[in-house]
Design a binder for this molecule. Sequence first.
Ligand code: PMP
Ligand code: GLN
Length: 380
Amino acid sequence: MIPDKLPGVGTTIFTRMSALAAEVGAINLSQGFPDFPAPLALRQALARHAVEGHNQYAPMAGLPALREAVTEQLRRHRKVSCNPDSEVTILPGATEAIYCAITATINPGDGVILLDPCYDSYAPAVTLSGGHCIRVPLQTGSFAPDWERIEAAIDRRTRLLVINSPHNPSGAVLERSDLLALQDLAERHDLLVISDEVYEYLVYDARAHHSVLQFPALRARSFAVFSFGKTFGVTGWKTGYCVAPPRLTEALRKVHQFVCFVGVTPVQQALADFMQAEPDYPLQLATDYQRRRDLFCDALAGSRFRLRPAAGSYFQLLDYSAIDSRPDRDLCERWAREYGIASIPLSPFYQQAPDQRLLRFCFAKRDEQLLEAAERLCGI
Ligand code: PMP
Ligand code: GLN
């Protein structure tokens, strides 16, 4: 018999919906990635470094210049200081950072709290480590955590809790009070935390992003995970980083060196150059993406969908309960084929999806795509 350590897990919904969009020629608002180019200077820097011959292994923890650029960005934008040598690790994407953090800390039988709906990579990483997932639902509608309910789910085997703000798929953003509640909970129950902050700069309507790094007692037990792919619009460059206290960083690196060993060198060089030259580039992202969100939402004003503009991330949820009662997966596929519009169903983000009719649309797209997509949606 061929062993299968992930029974019941198939190809991710993002891969499947992007493939379907390409197959049927649908506007692809499914998988999260921008359809407009990353800054020219960044792309030129990558070409320059590859041509100049920076094509051999980087140091295992990441290029020092990039770890320093990350440290400087945290200082400028979050008023947080960290040590680039002992606390910052560059990895090939936030996905690998999360995988390594889970692998480094979870033993067979350990419990990991995941807040449903959640990003699809968390649970399989826990399973592969022999841990078990304790899925606690976020509150219906607001997607806010219910800290009492979360606390009630903790037992003596619970070791880790994963949070994600801004949140994929809902776009919800945690409040400062949530971070304080988490800090208190994690200390009382001696939990580790993975904080997935890949959409940290995509926070709208004058809200603030609150990082675990800004709460010292929380930071002392957290892996904070970020993605250059999101912040610089280069998801295909697969580069992210993790900021964690020295002892957690050591544990993370032990795994990372045997998963991928190092990130891609010229990509790291290019990111370091760009971050040095334009340290405040990320600060204009919220305005840019908020405009795209509003363009999309305003263009849907005459439709039968119900929506609450996303507080953060580049995903907008649309409630189709006034239009159709069929399950979200079926409908996604059907609408890609019939109306030429590809989205993502919410149910794959849950262990047990509630009875709701929600689809996720990525608005990191060019205006004409968003307007055309909205026109098609208005016709449903
Ligand atoms: N976490 C969340 C919430 C995401 O949406 C993504 C996007 N793919 C990731 C992690 C992974 O990021 P990366 O592409 O850097 O691996
Ligand atoms: N994070 C992206 C999304 O949510 C997709 C990344 C992936 O395909 N794994 O759409």
